[in-house]
Design a binder for this molecule. Structure first.
Ligand code: FNR
Length: 187
């Protein structure tokens, strides 16, 4: 069994990407046990002075949560052709753990947008950052949920478009194969 952590890039209550993240847990194949990671909004803005004084509880909780997973799915919107600052802030906090709890762990990225490009431009920059954490990135196929307003039920946290649902289900199945290849869950 591979423990898959799901990290949401948006803080917004009526978030489209959060709905997709919630749906992911129901679309994952049996070999994944899914867990929602703490919201990135629980973390203060990273400041090295704060870190030197000791970890805030929220950062300890995030670090413990990521240490406990075998693989990571990030579901995020695109902000100004990049990742939301709160997501980058969470990655910066995680990166300060000298044991590097994400090193070697497989990761995949789903972007979600009401726009036609589906947040396509967030992928490359986010992959760049995840490389610095020594993660194993499944680069292809990329997942971009475009025109998301017509494809998700925000209240229910479900995918309403059957083609999108089938694509995401298939992607998680492929990601499970990728995780197995990299030995995730065998420790
Ligand atoms: C956006 N949005 C946006 N969309 C996009 O496709 N590409 C972009 O570069 C941006 N940039 C951007 C910047 C900022 C600061 C905001 C607030 C929004 C629109 C964005 O996709 C839309 O608001 C989504 O609904 C946000 O995702 P959630 O919160 O619904 O998951």
């Amino acid at each position: 069994m591979i423990k898959l952590g799901i990290l949401e890039g948006s803080l917004r209550k009526a978030s489209l990407s959060r709905a997709v993240a919630r749906a992911a847990a129901t679309l994952a194949p049996e070999g994944f046990s899914c867990v929602a990671l703490p919201s990135t909004g629980t973390l203060p803005l990273y400041n090295q002075d704060t870190f030197d004084e000791g970890l805030p509880d929220s950062a300890s909780a995030m670090l413990a949560a990521v240490a406990d997973i075998d693989a990571l799915l990030i579901v995020t919107p695109e902000y100004n052709w990049s990742m939301p600052g709160s997501l980058k802030n969470a990655i910066d906090w995680i990166s300060r753990d000298t044991s590097n709890p994400l090193a070697g762990k497989p990761v995949t990225i789903w972007s979600v947008s009401p726009g036609l490009l589906g947040g396509a431009r967030v992928h490359e920059g986010l992959r760049h950052v995840l490389h610095s954490l020594d993660m194993q990135i499944m680069a292809k196929p990329e997942v971009q949920v475009a025109g998301a307003k017509g494809k998700v039920d925000v209240e229910a946290g479900t995918i309403t478009n059957p083609d999108t649902e089938a694509f995401l289900r298939g992607h998680l199945s492929g990601f499970h194969t990728f995780c197995t290849k990299w030995g995730a869950g065998n420790a």
